[in-house]
Design a protein around this ligand. Structure first.
Ligand SMILES: *Cc1c(COP(=O)(O)O)cnc(C)c1O
Length: 853
C-alpha cells in the first residue's frame, strides 16, 4: 500500500457568475424543490443521470466549456437566481416554530438514527427506517424545529442488488467518495479535521464528522475511517447493518456515545435527545456521564434528569428485531466505563439493559435500555402502540394494560419528497401556495375537489407512462448486465402497457411481507392479468437482507413468474430498489399492494407515498392502514384477523386479494364513460387525497413529536437545571425516598358506604379508605378508585383520585374519601390503588410503583 505523505482536495472551479450553484448543491433543500432539480438537470442532463442525481459529483465532472456556456446563458442564470432566492427565502422566513414557540434556537433537540434516506445518491439508508429519518429532518426543517441530527457515515452503505439469471440476489458494495457528496468535513480553527476520541478495549478509536445541510437542519455523520485508527477500526462505520455482533456494538458506541461527544465538541449541547430506534441508546449513558463529570451530580440524579429529556421511538413489533448484546461483550466495552465514569457497580449497570425486574439479566437489550432511560416512549402507528405494550407488558407487571406508558405517534412521509413534479404542479395550481407551506392543513386538501377530473386523471396517467418507460429501460439494462440475448433485450421494450391497471409492490423482501402471496393461485392470477379487455399488470421491487435466504427465495419466485410466457409482459421486477425506483413506482402506480402478516408491519410508509400522487391502497389492516382505511379511500384485505395457521392465512388472504381485484378494483378502474374517464375511480383518488393527505405526512408527525414530547421535555429540563439543579436534586431525592418506603405503603381498611344497594344512573357511590404510608405523607401519593364494567377486562376503565380527609390519625394512617359517579347501567367493579405523586413526574407510572388494594 502506498503511503501518501500529503493530501489535497480538488473542488470544481466555477465561473464567478455560477457561484450560487455551490450553495444550491450543498444544501439538500434541492431534493424537494422541483425548480432546483430542473436547474440541476438542465446543467447537464446526461451527467445528471450518470452521477445518479449527485450534483456535487456532477459539478466535479462537468466540462469547463459547459460551465462557461451556461455562465453566458441569461436564461440559465435567471433560473439559477430564482432557485437561489428560493433557498435564501426558505432559510430566512418565519417558520411554524418561530411563530408558535419561543424557546429560541440555542438549546437544540438532537435526533439520532442509524440510517438516513435523503436522496438516492447518498447510500446511507437501507429502507423504511432511513427514509422516515430523512423525512423527519426535512419536515423539521420546513417547520423550523431547532433540531440537529446524528448518524454514521457508511463508506459502503447498504448493498446494491443485482440478480443472476435464475433470479438469485447478488450483493455489490459501492464505495462512496464523501468528497464528491453534498457534505463537508467539520474542521478545527486551523482547518484540520476535528477528531473525536473514544475509549475502546486497549486502544483509542477516533472519528471525524461530516456535515450535511438539509434546509435549515444540520446532519452530522460520524466516520471512523481516519489514519489514526487501526485498520479494523477504520472499518467500524464502513457498512450499514453489516459485520457481526461486535461490529454492531462498536457502531452503536460510535453513534450513541460518540454522537453526544461530537455535538459537545461542536458546542452544541442538546437538552433533548430523540433515539429513533434503539441503535443509539448508549447516548443515554454518555449524557449521564457528562452530568456527573460537569456538575458533580450522582448517578441517580443524572439518570433521573435525563430520563425526562430522552425520547425513544420503537419501530419493531418483534423481539427478534432488537439488538441484544451478551454481558461479556458489554463487559469488554463498558466495564471500565460504568465503573470509573458512571461510578456504579455491575448489578446496577446490567439492570439498565432490561425492563424485567427481579431477574438477574444475562444480556443487554438496547430497546430495554432505551425504555429505562426515556420518559417518552412511542410506537409508530396506533396499532403498533398497542402491540408494543403487549410486547413489553412484562416490564410493567402491575400496571393495567391501557396505562402502560407507551404511546404512539403515527409515521408520515415528507410529501414534497415523494411527489411527482407533474402532480406537484397540478396541486400547486389548485391548492395554492399554502400547499407548499403546510401540506398537513386539512383546509388545503379540501380544495382537491376543485381539480377537474380530467386534469387529475391525465396527470396521473402521464406518471404511469413514465413508470412504464422507466421499467422497460431498467429491464433492458438488467438483461444486458446479465448478458441476455438480443431478442431478450428487444422483448424488454414490449413489457407492460402504459394504459393498463398497474399494481405496485415494493418493499424489503422480508418473509412476513409475503411478496409471493399474489402468486398462490397462478391460474386465477393469470386470468386476472391477461383479460384483453381489462388488462392488469404488476411491478415488483425490493431487496432481501444479505443473510435472509428465505427472503431471497421470494425474489426468485417473483423472477420465475416474470419468465412465464403468459405473464412475461405483465409482471416486471425492477432490481436495486432504492429511493429513485421507489419514486417512479409510487408516482405511477394505480394501486399499491401491501399484504404483511398482521401485526408485523409496525407502520409502513410506502403506501403513504402514493396518496398525494393519486395512487390507491389495497392492504391488510396492519400498521398505518389499520388507522387510515375506510371504504371510500381504498381497499382492505380481510378485517384485521390474526391467524395461528399461517398456511391457512395465506390461502384466505390471497383469495381476498383476487376477489378485491376482480370485484372491486377492475370494475371501478375500467368503468369509463363517453369521455373515457373512470369517474368513480377518480372520486376515490380524491377521497384518498382529501382524507389521508393532511394526516399521513411528517409535518403532522414532527409537530406531534414536538408538542407532545420535545417541548415538554425541554421545559422540564430547563426547570430542573435552575439554581444549579436544585429541583433536580430534590426530585431525585424524593424518588429514592419513595422507592425505599414503598414497602410500607398499604391499605388498612376500605368502607363502601352503600354496599349492596342498587344504584341508578346519576347516583354516586361513596368509598372511604384508610392507608398507611410509612415515612411518606399524603403529599407524596395519590389514592385512586379504579373502576369499570366487570366484563370489559382492562378496557374502558376509569379512575378518580380520592381526597385526603385531614383528621387526627395515629401511626401515620390517613383517611381518603371519594365517589364513583354512575353514568352507565350494568355491573361494575372497583378497586383502589396508591400511586406516587410529584409535580415533575411525566406520568404516575414512571417509577413503576403501584399498590393495589
Ligand atoms: C418508503 C421506502 C421504504 C419503506 O417502505 P415500507 O412500505 O415501509 O416497507 C423502503 N425503501 C425505500 C427505498 C423507500 O423509499
Amino acid at each position: 500500500m502506498v503511503n501518501y505523505i500529503g493530501r489535497f482536495n480538488v473542488i470544481p472551479s466555477l465561473p464567478k457568475k455560477l457561484e450560487p450553484l455551490r450553495e444550491i448543491v450543498y444544501n439538500l433543500f434541492w431534493t424537494w424543490n422541483y425548480d432546483a432539480i430542473d436547474l440541476l438537470r438542465r446543467l447537464d442532463p446526461q451527467l445528471w443521470e450518470e452521477t445518479y442525481h449527485n450534483p456535487v459529483l456532477m459539478l466535479g465532472k462537468i466540462s469547463q466549456k459547459r460551465l462557461n456556456d451556461v455562465a453566458a446563458d441569461d436564461s440559465f442564470l435567471a433560473h439559477m437566481d430564482r432557485v437561489y432566492t428560493q433557498l435564501k427565502v426558505y432559510k430566512e422566513e418565519k417558520t411554524w416554530y418561530q411563530k408558535n414557540y419561543n424557546y429560541g434556537n440555542e438549546n437544540v433537540i438532537a435526533y439520532f438514527s442509524a440510517e438516513y434516506g435523503l436522496t438516492e445518491s447518498l447510500q446511507i439508508y437501507s429502507g423504511g427506517l432511513g427514509v422516515l429519518s430523512g423525512d423527519h429532518l426535512k419536515s423539521s426543517s420546513d417547520l423550523g424545529i431547532p433540531l440537529v441530527a446524528v448518524g454514521l457515515c457508511y463508506k459502503e452503505g447498504y448493498f446494491q442488488q443485482y440478480l443472476t439469471n435464475d433470479g438469485w440476489q447478488q450483493e455489490r458494495y459501492e464505495i462512496t467518495d464523501f468528497y464528491n457528496q453534498p457534505m463537508t468535513l467539520i474542521t478545527n480553527k486551523d482547518n484540520t479535521p476535528l477528531k473525536i476520541e473514544l475509549d475502546f478495549p486497549g486502544r483509542k478509536v477516533y472519528f471525524q464528522i461530516w456535515k450535511i445541510e438539509i434546509g435549515r437542519i444540520p446532519l452530522y455523520l460520524l466516520d471512523t475511517n481516519v489514519p489514526e485508527n487501526r485498520e479494523e477500526d477504520r472499518k467500524i462505520t464502513r457498512t450499514l447493518y453489516g459485520g457481526n455482533i461486535e461490529t454492531r456494538i462498536q457502531q452503536e458506541i460510535v453513534l450513541g456515545i460518540g454522537g453526544i461527544r461530537a455535538l459537545h465538541a461542536m458546542e452544541l449541547r442538546p437538552l433533548v435527545c430523540h433515539m429513533n430506534e434503539g441503535h443509539s441508546a448508549f447516548l443515554s449513558l454518555e449524557r449521564i456521564r457528562l452530568l456527573i463529570k460537569l456538575y458533580g451530580l450522582s448517578f441517580n440524579e443524572a439518570k433521573d434528569i435525563n430520563f425526562h429529556s430522552n425520547i425513544f421511538t420503537t419501530h419493531t413489533p418483534v423481539p427478534a428485531g432488537i439488538d441484544i448484546f451478551p454481558n461479556d461483550l458489554m463487559e469488554k466495552y463498558f466495564g471500565a466505563y460504568y465503573r470509573n465514569e458512571l461510578q456504579i457497580d455491575d448489578k446496577t449497570f446490567y439492570k439498565l439493559g432490561t425492563i424485567v425486574k427481579d431477574k438477574p439479566p444475562t444480556n443487554f437489550n438496547m430497546a430495554h435500555l432505551a425504555m429505562n432511560m426515556a420518559g417518552f416512549v412511542n410506537g409508530v402507528s396506533k396499532l403498533h402502540g398497542q402491540v408494543s405494550k403487549k410486547m413489553w407488558q412484562s416490564g410493567f407487571p402491575d400496571i393495567p394494560f391501557d396505562e402502560i406508558p407507551i404511546e404512539h405517534v403515527t409515521n408520515g412521509v415528507h410529501i414534497h419528497s415523494h411527489l411527482s413534479n407533474d402532480m406537484y404542479e397540478l396541486l400547486y395550481r389548485y391548492l395554492g401556495e399554502k400547499f407548499n407551506r403546510d401540506p398537513s392543513d386539512e383546509e388545503v386538501w379540501k380544495r382537491i375537489d376543485e381539480i377537474p377530473d380530467e386534469e387529475l386523471w391525465r396527470t396521473h396517467e402521464r406518471r404511469r407512462e413514465r413508470l412504464v418507460a422507466f421499467a422497460r429501460n431498467r429491464l433492458k439494462k438488467q438483461i444486458m448486465q446479465r448478458g441476455g440475448s438480443a431478442s431478450e433485450i428487444n422483448a424488454a421494450k414490449e413489457v407492460l402497457d402504459a394504459q393498463a391497471l398497474t399494481i405496485g409492490f415494493a418493499r424489503r423482501f422480508a418473509t412476513y411481507k409475503r411478496a409471493n402471496l399474489i402468486f398462490r393461485d397462478i391460474e386465477r392470477l393469470e386470468s386476472i392479468l391477461c383479460n384483453p379487455d381489462y388488462p392488469v399488470q404488476l411491478i415488483f421491487a425490493g431487496k432481501a437482507h444479505p443473510k435472509d435466504e428465505e427472503g431471497k427465495k421470494l425474489i426468485q419466485e417473483v423472477i420465475a413468474m416474470t419468465k412465464e410466457p403468459s405473464l412475461r409482459k405483465k409482471i416486471v421486477f425492477i432490481e436495486n430498489y432504492d429511493m429513485n425506483v421507489a419514486r417512479y413506482m409510487v408516482e405511477g402506480c394505480d394501486v399499491w399492494l401491501n399484504n404483511p402478516r398482521r401485526p408485523l408491519e409496525a407502520s409502513g410508509t410506502s403506501g403513504m407515498k402514493v396518496i398525494a400522487n393519486g395512487g390507491l391502497n389495497l392492504s391488510v389492516l396492519d400498521g398505518w392502514w389499520d388507522e387510515a382505511y375506510n371504504h371510500e379511500v381504498g381497499w382492505k384485505i380481510g378485517n384485521g384477523e390474526e391467524y395461528e395457521n399461517l398456511d391457512y392465512q395465506d390461502e384466505v388472504e390471497s383469495r381476498l386479494i383476487y376477489e378485491m381485484i376482480e370485484k372491486e378494483i377492475i370494475p371501478l378502474f375500467y368503468n369509463r364513460g363517453e369521455d373515457k374517464l373512470p369517474r368513480g375511480w377518480i372520486a376515490m383518488m380524491k377521497n384518498s387525497m382529501r382524507a389521508l393527505g393532511p394526516f399521513f405526512n411528517t409535518h403532522r408527525m414532527v409537530r406531534e413529536y414536538s408538542e407532545r414530547f420535545y417541548f415538554k421535555a425541554y421545559e422540564k429540563r430547563l426547570l430542573l437545571m435552575n439554581n444549579k439543579w436544585k429541583k433536580a436534586k430534590e426530585f431525585s431525592a424524593w424518588k429514592q425516598k419513595v422507592y425505599q418506603n414503598w414497602s410500607n405503603v398499604k391499605f388498612i381498611s376500605i368502607a363502601e358506604e352503600l354496599k349492596g344497594v342498587e344504584l341508578k344512573v346519576g347516583n354516586k357511590y361513596p368509598i372511604t379508605a384508610e392507608v398507611e404510608l410509612g415515612d411518606l405523607t399524603p403529599k407524596d401519593i395519590d389514592v385512586q378508585i379504579y373502576y369499570g364494567k366487570i366484563d370489559n377486562g382492562e378496557k374502558d376503565k376509569n379512575f378518580v383520585t380520592m381526597t385526603y380527609v385531614p383528621k387526627k390519625s395515629k401511626d401515620n394512617r390517613y383517611t381518603y374519601r371519594g365517589e364513583i359517579e354512575c353514568v352507565n347501567t350494568g355491573q361494575f367493579g372497583f378497586t383502589l390503588r396508591i400511586l406516587p405523586k410529584h409535580e415533575l413526574l411525566i406520568n404516575q407510572f414512571e417509577l413503576g410503583l403501584i399498590r393495589w388494594a
